[in-house]
Ligand binder design. Structure first.
Ligand code: ADP
Ligand code: MG
Length: 688
């Protein structure tokens, strides 16, 4: 009996037959708590059991599902408590040996005469066998219609839950509730994209009648997810475009001109173009909401400073938020050197500042005397108030959440917001993560940069590695040795990095000065070490990953990355961006004996490519959005069906449709869109 639509989300899965208190908590671990959760819980693969293969026909090398009875079983104990369990499984056509290592309990669970379904790869040697097959017991008292004779779903499950049991629960859920699944997509849209109705898609997601039905269902549900998301973003875009901001800028004035004159270089064409786009935004009546992206070292800082100069000469304040103290400090140092001589007052709100000094600084800001305010998320504290804030800049936004972005923007009525990132991200991610922003990209590096040579060395080449470092240092260059911490706060790891620094100093490079930088150091010590390195007083800096972003020392020409296997491509690329920032040829050296194929592929790609966007795309394919963006963003982009590494085309379609719909009906007032409108309200509520 179908239950009213909207209640699927509220209806607990415990009302489904077979789900008791124990199962309920197991299901909760999978995130399946309501009937709706169950409906959208996607299989990880399917098995075509429409015609099961006869055991005698199964060929070596093939992935197959076969069905047979256990004829005999043996459990053997081999050395050191290891076991091999074997079951001879037969049907009318032949016998297959199923083999499991170290799963002795199967000897009790599988009875002779028991009927099984096995899924795995057939091997011919030493005899016809199947090793560690996925296993399903056929229960004699059940109807088979759910589990065989059709395309069957196989779910990602946790220990303790069997495919068979879960499949049965889903079957019952669909029987009772599939009709109640809410249809969010307007019919016209479904028709134009050739998408099946929601209820149909949910049924076919689990128990498709054909592969075509399965792929249509998948497509429909992924589209729906992406569409909802893009709709929320399009609506946000459209709402900011209709807003009117109070601030008015003077685009050309004494400060912007003086800054230009102080620059020791001319801007690249790319910097000029982007600066024009950004200034045009600021001069508009509606607030700017823009992303500035560009590979490491392309020169985003000077673009930010030009905007800052424009805001300050117009009598406004600017806030710049960076993800780490180190980065905030560096921005402060660079910007001070340019702006303070021009009479701009700049304040850095860092954690190291004593309380009394801090109160003085916040008073300066509150009085409007501090024109430029830099800091970490400390800027978000309610004690920090700006009377004349017009421009909010968020650096390396992907380290922050969208919520923090909004938070900073709330420090003023309708400030212009610029988000900056040096992390090249694939288009699908950009459209999702930054879908409510306009995007400007700096596409080239300043002229005269030497390409960085990247090499992958083995442990056995360590003396060669040290020789290469020595050569650079002897020429007056500086270098980094990145020594990653496994756990940021683990004392043991910090000790390993510390140890490494000591050993390099004492045994390898006694003639050079070596510094150490890690996350547990006091901010003051960190800053001193960084400054010493920036001034050239230290030759080699052993560092944990905090060297990843932002640090700018043009004389640094060599970077060693220890344990590169612990990083993704995007991160490796970020680190490499710390060198090759001056006129000297630079080399990046990764040291790894990694044997795992995934890691080897990653390191090969890193050696071969210096294009950040290409590497990011590879990273997305290999590791998914979560690893690429970090945990915080991942939560936000966790789709149930859609997959940003795969659904490029679908995302573009969803975005086009969402944009079109919002331009026609910004607030979704059409009664046919009622379901969509209320779902969108729900999404917004959950996101804030
Ligand atoms: P990122 O985009 O990674 O933040 P930065 O803004 O730190 O890069 O710039 C990297 C280096 O390039 C800095 O030392 C900066 O002074 C220099 N730089 C920036 N723009 C130019 C340019 N047009 N020509 C030459 N050097 C530049
Ligand atoms: Mg930068």
């Amino acid at each position: 009996m179908p239950v009213a639509q909207s209640s699927l989300r509220e209806r607990s899965i415990r009302y489904i037959k077979g789900v008791g208190p124990h199962r309920l908590s197991q299901l909760a671990q999978l995130g399946v708590e309501t009937v709706e959760d169950a409906c959208y819980y996607a299989p990880r693969r399917y098995e075509d059991r429409t015609h099961l293969l006869a055991i005698g026909d199964a060929r070596p090398g093939e992935l197959v599902t076969v069905r047979g009875r256990v004829r005999a079983k043996t459990l053997r104990r081999i050395r050191r408590g290891q076991t091999i369990f074997e079951a001879a499984v037969e049907d009318a056509s032949g016998v297959l040996h199923a083999v499991w290592f170290n799963q002795p309990y199967l000897a009790q669970q599988l009875l002779v005469g028991q009927e099984l379904l096995l899924y795995g790869q057939i091997e011919a040697r030493p005899r016809r066998q199947i090793v560690h097959p996925e296993l399903e017991r056929v229960e004699p008292d059940e109807t088979d219609v759910i589990h065989v004779g059709r395309i069957v779903p196989v779910y990602p499950l946790a220990a303790g839950l069997s495919q068979r049991w879960f499949r049965q629960v889903i079957w019952i859920v669909l029987e009772q509730h599939a009709e109640g699944v809410e249809e969010l997509l307007p019919e016209a849209l479904r028709a134009s994209r050739g998408l099946p109705p929601a209820a149909q898609a949910i049924r076919d997601l689990h128990f498709p009648a054909s592969w075509e039905a399965q792929s249509l269902a998948q497509r429909r549900l992924a589209f729906e997810e992406l569409f909802l998301f893009q709709l929320a973003l399009a609506q946000r875009r459209s709402r900011t475009q209709t807003q009117r901001k109070p601030q008015r800028y003077q685009p050309d004035g004494p400060l912007t001109q003086a800054l230009r004159r102080r620059l020791p270089f001319t801007l690249t064409p790319s910097q000029e173009r982007v600066l024009e786009e950004l200034s045009a935004d600021m001069l508009q009546a509606s607030p700017m909401h823009r992303l500035l992206q560009g590979d490491v070292g392309c020169g985003k800082t000077v673009v930010m400073m030009s905007l800052i100069a424009m805001a300050v000469q117009s009598g406004y304040q600017v806030a710049l938020m960076a993800p780490t103290e180190l980065l905030a400090e560096q921005h402060a140092r660079v910007m001070r050197s340019y702006l303070e001589p021009l009479g701009v007052s700049l304040v850095l709100l860092s954690q190291g500042v004593p309380a009394a000094e801090r109160r003085r600084l916040t008073a300066e800001i509150a009085a409007g005397r501090a024109a430029v305010v830099l800091g970490t998320h400390a800027l978000l504290q309610t004690s920090v108030t700006f009377p004349r804030l017009a421009l909010a800049i968020i650096d390396e936004q992907h380290k922050f959440g969208v919520v923090q972005r909004a938070h900073l923007a709330r420090k003023a009525e309708r400030p212009d917001v610029l988000v900056v990132t040096a992390t090249p991200i694939p288009r699908t991610l950009a459209l999702s993560l930054y879908g409510d922003l306009d995007i400007s990209t700096i596409t080239e590096l300043p002229a005269g940069r030497r390409p960085i040579t990247t090499r992958w060395l083995r442990e056995s080449q360590r003396s060669e590695l040290y020789a290469m470092i020595r050569e650079q240092l002897a020429r007056g260059r500086q270098g980094y040795v990145v020594y990653p911490l496994v756990q940021e706060r683990a004392a043991k790891d910090v000790k390993a990095a510390t140890q490494m620094a000591k050993q390099l100093q004492a045994e390898v490079f006694p003639e050079f000065r070596i510094g150490l930088l890690h996350g547990q150091m006091k901010p003051k010590t960190k800053e001193q070490t960084m400054l010493a390195f920036a001034r050239g007083e230290l030759h080699l800096l052993v560092s944990t990953v905090i060297v990843e972003v932002g640090l700018d020392v043009p004389n640094a020409a060599v970077m060693v990355i220890e344990h590169p296997e612990r990083f993704g491509l995007a991160q490796l690329h970020q680190m490499r961006g710390r060198i090759g920032r001056g006129e000297h040829p630079a080399s990046c050296l990764v040291v790894s004996d990694a044997a795992e194929e995934g890691v080897r592929q990653r390191l090969r790609a890193f050696v071969e490519t210096t294009d950040g966007f290409q590497l990011a795309e590879k990273d997305l394919q290999q590791r998914g959005p979560g690893e690429l963006l970090g945990r915080r963003q991942h939560g936000w982009l966790r789709f149930r069906i859609a997959n940003l590494a795969r659904d490029h085309a679908l995302l573009e379609e969803a975005r086009d449709d969402a944009t079109e719909l919002i331009s026609r009906d910004p607030e979704l007032r059409d009664p046919a869109l009622a379901a969509l409108r209320s779902r969108l309200a729900l999404i917004r509520q959950q996101a804030s």
